[in-house]
Design a protein around this ligand. Structure first.
Ligand code: UD1
Ligand code: UDP
Length: 380
C-alpha cells in the first residue's frame, strides 16, 4: 500500500529550522511520505540554500519560486502556485504542515484548508496582541484554519482556548526550533571559533545584533535611533551585526550605511549560516534583536537578550529571565543592555518541553490524526 503523503511547507529563513526536525521525524518513523515544498519567499543563497546544507535537509521536491513582493502580491502568488502544485498531484496529500507566521504560512494554510486537506500548524498560539505586525495577522488566521495546532509554550494553549479552538485540536508539544538547536549546538562550536577569528572578536566579549522588523527598520527615525544606540554600546563591547537584506536596503536608502561601515567596533557582516550564527550567539555576552526565533534560542543558550520591541509573542522567554523588552529609544536600549549584561547565565531557565523531542511528538500525533481521518488502522 502506498504511504500517505504529507507536504511540509517552508518559505523563509526561520521556517527551515522549525521544519527540519519534523521532516526528519516523519521520515524516521516511516509511516508517511514527507514531501518538502519551498515557496521561494526567501531565495538568496544566504537566506535559503545555505540552511539546507547546514541542517542536512533534502532539496525541496517543489519550489514555487514566488520571490519578494508586497504582502498581497506575495501571499496571493504563493496561494495561486500552491493550489496549482496540489492540482498536479494524482491524489490530494493526507496532510499539509505549515510552520511559523510568515506570508507563506498563511497562504498555504488557506489553500490547504479550502481543499479540505488536514492542516497542521507548528508553533501555534503565539500572540503579541499587536495587529500592526503582519506576523500577528498571519498567526491568528492560520490558527483559525488549522485542524491541529502544535504549541510551543503554555501561553499559546491559553490563547487558542480563548479564541475558541477545541482542546482536542491543540497539543503543547514543545519547540521544534529548539530541537534543531540542541541537535547542532556542539557542531556549531567550531563554526563559532572560525567566525570569531574572522571577525576579530574574543569569546564572551562581544554583542550580536539582528534586526529586520518593519517597525524598526522601514522608517528613518526608528532605524537612526537604534543605530545610535548600537554605536554607543560598541564603545563598551564590540558588536557583530549580520544584516538582513531588508535592513541593508533601508540603511542604504536612509544614508546610514556608510557611517556604520566606518565604525571599527561594529562588524557588519552578511546574513550568517545557521551553524555560524548559532556558534556566534552561543559565546556572545549579549544579543540585541527584534527576531522572534532568536529570543527563544538565546533563552536556551542562556545568553542574555535585549528585544528591541514593545511586545513579544514569546512571553516564556521573559519569564525565564533571559530576555527583556526595551522598545526602540536609545536610552531604553542602553539601559536594557546594561541590565542584561549583569544577568548570570545560571539565572536563566528553560521553558517546559523545550527538550529536543517536539518533532517526535508532532510526528506521532499527526500520524494518529491521519489514520483517524483516513480510517486506516495504521499507515504502512
Ligand atoms: C519575512 C517574514 C518575517 C520573518 C522574516 C525572517 C513575512 C510577512 N515576513 O520578513 O515574519 O521574521 O522573513 O527573516 O512573511 N530579500 C532579499 N533576499 C531574500 C529575501 C528577501 O533580498 O532572499 C529582501 C527583498 O528586498 C524583500 C525584503 O528583503 O522585499 C523583505 O523580504 P520578505 O520576505 O517580504 O520579508 P522579510 O522582512 O524577510
Ligand atoms: N539566523 C541565522 N543567521 C542569521 C540570523 C538569524 O541563521 O544571520 C537564524 C536564527 O538562529 C534563527 C532564525 O534565523 O534560527 C531566526 O530567523 P529570523 O530572525 O530571520 O526570523 P524570525 O524568527 O524573526 O521570524
Amino acid at each position: 500500500m502506498t504511504k500517505p503523503r504529507v507536504i511540509v511547507v517552508v518559505g523563509a529563513r526561520p521556517n527551515f529550522m522549525k521544519a527540519a526536525p519534523v521532516l526528519r521525524a516523519l521520515e524516521k518513523r516511516g509511516r508517511v511520505e514527507p514531501i518538502l515544498l519551498h515557496t521561494g519567499q526567501h531565495y538568496d543563497e544566504r537566506m535559503s540554500d545555505l540552511f539546507f546544507r547546514d541542517l542536512g535537509m533534502p532539496k525541496p521536491a517543489v519550489n514555487l519560486e514566488v520571490g519578494s513582493g508586497s504582502h498581497a502580491q506575495q501571499t496571493a502568488e504563493v496561494m495561486v502556485r500552491f493550489e496549482a502544485a496540489l492540482a498536479r498531484e494524482a491524489t490530494p496529500p493526507a496532510a499539509v504542515v505549515v510552520v511559523g507566521d510568515v506570508n507563506s504560512t498563511i497562504a498555504c494554510a488557506l489553500v490547504a484548508a479550502k481543499a479540505g486537506i488536514l492542516l497542521a500548524h507548528v508553533e501555534s498560539g503565539l500572540r503579541s496582541f499587536d495587529r500592526a505586525m503582519p506576523e500577528e495577522l498571519n498567526r491568528i488566521c492560520t490558527d483559525q484554519l488549522a485542524d491541529v495546532c502544535y504549541v510551543t509554550e503554555a501561553s499559546g494553549m491559553q490563547h487558542l482556548a480563548h479564541e475558541g479552538k477545541r482542546k482536542d485540536d491543540c497539543e503543547l508539544v514543545g519547540n521544534t526550533m529548539i530541537d534543531t538547536l540542541l541537535e547542532h549546538r556542539v557542531r556549531a562550536r567550531a563554526h563559532g571559533d572560525a567566525r570569531r577569528a574572522e571577525f576579530g572578536v574574543a569569546d564572551a566579549a562581544y554583542a550580536i545584533v539582528t534586526l529586520h522588523r518593519p517597525s524598526n527598520v522601514d522608517a528613518k527615525a526608528p532605524l537612526s535611533e537604534i543605530v545610535g544606540a548600537i554605536s554607543t554600546l560598541a564603545r563598551r563591547l564590540p558588536v557583530v551585526w549580520p544584516i538582513h537584506p531588508r535592513t541593508r536596503a533601508r540603511l542604504a536608502e536612509f544614508g546610514l550605511l556608510d557611517a556604520l561601515e566606518r565604525e571599527v567596533r561594529i562588524k557588519l557582516v552578511p546574513p550568517q549560516g545557521y551553524l555560524d550564527f548559532l556558534g556566534l550567539v552561543d559565546q556572545a555576552a549579549l544579543v540585541l534583536t527584534d527576531s522572534g526565533g532568536v529570543q527563544e534560542e538565546t533563552t536556551v543558550l542562556k545568553v542574555p537578550c535585549v528585544t528591541l520591541r514593545e511586545n513579544t509573542e514569546r512571553p516564556s522567554t521573559l519569564e525565564m529571565g533571559g530576555n527583556v523588552l526595551c522598545g526602540g529609544s536609545r536610552p531604553a536600549i542602553l539601559a536594557a543592555a546594561e541590565k542584561m549584561l549583569a544577568v548570570e547565565k545560571s539565572a536563566i531557565g528553560t521553558p517546559p518541553a523545550w527538550d529536543g523531542r517536539a518533532a517526535d511528538r508532532i510526528a506521532e500525533d499527526l500520524e494518529r490524526r491521519i489514520d483517524a481521518r483516513t480510517g486506516r488502522g495504521g499507515a504502512s
